[in-house]
Design a protein. Sequence first.
Length: 378
Amino acid sequence: MRIDRRALLGGATGLAAAALLPRAAWAADKATGEAMGDDWIVINALGGLGDPNRRGEADPFSPRVLAEAHASGLTAVNCTFGYVSGPGDPFEISVRDVAETDALLRRHEKDLLKILSAADIRRAKAEKKIGIIYGFQNGAMMGEDASRVDIFANLGVRIFQLTYNPANQIGDGSMAPENRGITPFGREVIARLNEQRVMVDLSHSGERTCLEAARISKAPISINHTGCRAVADLPRNKTDAELRLVAEKGGFVGIYFMPFLDVSGHARAEHVVAHIDHAVNLCGEDHVGIGTDGSVTQIDDLKVYEAALAEEIAQRRAAGISATGERPDTYPFVVDLRGPDQFRKLARLLREKGYRTARIEKILGTNFLRYAETIWGS
């Protein structure tokens, strides 16, 4: 079960000596009127929920995790489930993961809601719950049978990322050197995803794979967590051609809070703003949002975290799934944009950049909601 995709890293969301931010800090913007309103819909197009300080627990939804998620203002988050890499049968792993998560959400129904439609996101907001969107980050579980799309759609999977960093039977990932496009089987999968009204996500894909998918798909596609290669030239970031085409087709682009936002690997909040600004200027303000690739729970002990990070990077390299720019000294989060206040801080920074309130609301959630209505229906 992968509510928090980075099981070892606990979501890679924060860098803090203290366990929790004071609750007064979360509420500070109410008094100043400088950040986001309580009525805003905030959607993380790729993230997770979990406690990085208590790894390996069967139930990631501790009281602390739930409290910080609520305090952050989060309305819904696309969480990664199923197979990404490693041993075992990808199909079996993915089915089991979805079933186990369904059971967990039933256990926490007062706080969490499984998202099947755009209306469910609005319902989560109205009922003061956190919406959990089921998503995949690797199409390996398809095997050679595109009809498996139907199985997972019926199980409630709403976002399907075609590849991870390497190539698979659908297409090439961002680290596949050949930069081949969508395979014939990949075309079948995309057609089936369109029929089932499942989002086609091209995060982690190679450039040609992304461009071809955007043209092949009968529905708009998304790149739920990425950066802009024109701002930081690294393979995990998307070229202007990819970003522009996705927007022209009516899709969605989510900017992540990851080290790839700066070629040094040490990304800060200013880099997040720079990538959002580039994407907005290129794609238009109706097609850009956030997909942080992290959660909102703070990390209590940095030294323990750094040891886990070094082990994780070594494992990813050995498995052949790491990306250029990943190193033990590059935290997979933005050091000054983390924890329960991350969305409010981003709103403040965008306001300081000159963004008006309506545009900031779009970026923090309503653009994804609009896109979800297009794909899933209202």
